[in-house]
Write a protein that binds this ligand. Structure first.
Ligand SMILES: [Mg+2]
Length: 141
């Protein structure tokens, strides 16, 4: 009886902790790294383009979006802007967290990220502690 009880507790704790994360990244190696790092605690989906993400978001909510900025087709800034428009239209007051992922660390990039609707900025390579710090700073941990 006790093992079952513990199992249920752990199961529900996992459910509470688990976030739905959409990774938008065109680099295969980066996709694999992010998937490997995030899958233990979260539910992950991966898109290689902004178009893919916009299509997916029509039918599926995500709590967090990790957004590469340099993408084939529409870039990360444009994708973020369009996701925000769709979010308002389709999901009302629900707000997801959009975090930019980029190798470019110029300061004005961060401003551009915020201006296009993203919440924050994370330099590559992806660092789990920094990611968690951002979520905590947004009261989302
Ligand atoms: Mg890229």
């Amino acid at each position: 009886m006790l093992p079952l009880f513990l199992f249920l507790i752990l199961y529900f704790l996992k459910m509470i902790k688990s976030r739905k994360i959409l990774v938008i990244e065109d680099n295969l190696l980066n996709q694999k790294i992010l998937f490997f790092l995030l899958r233990k605690k979260h539910e992950i989906k991966i898109c290689s383009s902004g178009e893919c993400a916009l299509q997916l978001f029509k039918s599926e909510w995500f709590d967090i979006v990790l957004m590469d900025l340099m993408l084939p087709g529409i870039d990360g800034y444009e994708t973020a802007g369009r996701l925000r428009v769709m979010e308002k239209k389709l999901y009302g007051k629900r707000k997801m967290i959009i975090i930019a992922l980029t190798a470019n660390t110029l300061d004005n990039d961060r401003d551009r990220c915020l201006a296009s609707g993203m919440n924050d900025y994370l330099p590559k390579p992806f660092n789990m502690q920094k990611f968690n710090d951002i979520l905590a700073s947004l009261n989302f941990s």
